[in-house]
Design a protein around this ligand. Structure first.
Ligand SMILES: Cc1ncc(COP(=O)(O)O)c(C=O)c1O
Length: 456
């Protein structure tokens, strides 16, 4: 009989896909039907994975339920947007109240004012803020503002950065990106970034950077790197834009508060809308006040749903009544403990796996080589990510195919312990195959020499 030790990771992933398909006939039928109306059966590429994604019918607390009746502990939380869990009563009441008071009101509202005041109070470099409908839009507005106020065109971004659909620097396909004159640097290379900024002082409008790469592999930016961006932009007159769409949840005042590095402009999204569609950009008053229509030289910023009643109510209630600074710290402490526990299991079993990230956001990589920039993640075989994803789904844990996970307020210690236990089972079962596929093993020894893992 073929054992895990003699089968390749790809064969093991194919086997897992067969078991997954057999367990999800209703989702498969739904997927097939949807492809008749929706290209690829969905409207969001990141939702897709082979052989087909399951159809999610309901979410309660930290749990998701699919069309075939499976329950999952949700450790993806919609790529961090679901920080509050799926049925936080405070958020639900706020949304119900807003719906009662009417939708599409088409004017300034008290909730918009309260929410803006709260955001400006929470994030130290944000003196004024404007709302959008998504993080993508927030980044487009921030970069456009930087280009307009500096009168320069260029935008420095980093390999592995993800700032929205048409602002993608994570993969080879950048054909749909907004046609700005992008300059792409290497994340965490402080000296190279410094030269790139200082070499083109009159051409570079801004630097757009995530203080921790999220979709690019949960790679924290070093203080040296982010500090170099701050120094160099200050000298060259370019604006520094921190994309804190994900990282703003990592500390009460965002990651820039922890780093003590203040951006000129900051963008937000995801969880801050309380689970409703959301985006925002803000920063120094002198810059943001260019959107004040009372000024003769003002810029226009439109958007039918920018201050939509549901988002303003849900976002305000979440930030004011649920996500207090103490709760932010507790959430991220739980995330740190979870990541430590996962890394502890990998170290104990001597499997090439490491979990990167910070606080409540993390990504599992199947490699020993350190992950300092997006390129480093190529050491993880794609088949290992595919196998891990499918096995975790089959074990009842909802995570992203790329190994991305986040902790929500709905999780408790038991949920985290169960995830760690499932990770251990996975590594015990597949450690040998992962070790055999790792670059060092491929270049030196065959699978039989691997000392790691246990027979299934
Ligand atoms: C860091 C970062 N910036 C921007 C975005 C885009 O936000 P949205 O999907 O709301 O457009 C995302 C979404 O994943 C993100 O992770």
């Amino acid at each position: 009989m073929t054992t895990v030790q003699t089968r390749t990771l790809q064969e093991l992933a194919t086997d897992a896909a067969t078991r997954y398909a057999a367990a999800n006939p209703a989702s498969e039928a739904s997927f097939e039907r949807s492809t008749r109306f929706l290209p690829g059966a969905d409207t969001r590429t990141v939702n897709h994975y082979a052989p087909f994604p399951v159809t999610i019918v309901r979410g309660v607390g930290a749990r998701l339920y699919d069309l075939d009746g499976h329950e999952y502990v949700d450790f993806l939380n919609d790529h961090t947007a679901g920080l509050y869990g799926h049925s936080n009563p405070t958020i639900q009441a706020a949304i119900a109240g807003a719906a009662k008071d009417g939708l599409t009101l088409g004017g300034p509202t008290p909730n918009q004012q309260r929410f803006a005041e709260l955001i400006c109070g929470r994030f130290p470099s944000v003196e004024r803020v404007r709302f959008t409908n998504s993080g993508t839009e927030a980044n487009l507005m921030a970069v456009s503002l930087a280009r307009a106020v500096t009168g320069r065109g260029g935008v420095l971004v980093f390999d592995g950065g993800y700032h929205g659909g048409p602002l993608t620097f994570t993969g080879p396909d950048r054909r749909l990106n907004v046609p700005f004159p992008w300059v792409v640097g290497q994340y965490n290379d402080a000296e190279a970034a410094r030269s790139m900024i200082e070499e083109q002082p009159d051409r570079l409008a801004c630097v757009l950077v995530e203080p921790m790469l999220g979709g690019g592999g949960c790679i924290p930016g070093t203080r040296a790197f982010l500090g170099a961006l701050r120094d160099a932009t200050q000298r060259s007159g370019a604006l520094l834009i921190f994309d804190e769409v994900q990282t703003s949840r990592l500390a009460p005042g965002g990651l820039q508060e922890v780093l003590g590095i203040h951006a000129d402009l900051t963008t937000f999204g995801k969880y801050l809308g309380g689970g409703a569609s959301f985006g925002a950009f803000g920063g120094r008053a002198e810059l943001m006040d260019r959107f004040d229509p009372r000024r003769p030289d003002h810029f226009s910023h439109a958007g039918t749903h920018n201050n939509n009643a549901l988002t303003m109510a849900a976002g305000l209630a979440g930030l004011r009544d649920v996500l207090t600074p103490a709760t932010v710290r507790r959430l991220n402490d739980r995330g740190d403990a979870l990541r430590d526990a996962l890394n502890g299991v990998a170290a104990r079993l001597h499997v090439p796996a490491l979990v990167t990230g910070r606080g409540s956001i993390m990504t599992v990589h199947f490699q020993r080589a350190p992950v300092r920039c997006h390129g480093d993640t190529a050491a993880t075989p794609q088949a290992a990510r595919d196998l891990f994803h499918l096995e975790m789904l089959l074990a009842g844990f909802w995570i992203a195919r790329r190994g991305f996970m986040s902790v929500s307020l709905a999780h408790d210690d038991q949920d985290c312990d169960r995830l760690v236990a499932a990770f251990e089972v996975f590594l015990e079962r597949y450690g040998t195959a992962i070790e055999s596929a790792s670059p060092r093993a491929r270049s030196t020894a065959g699978p039989s020499r691997s000392p790691y893992g246990r027979h299934p």
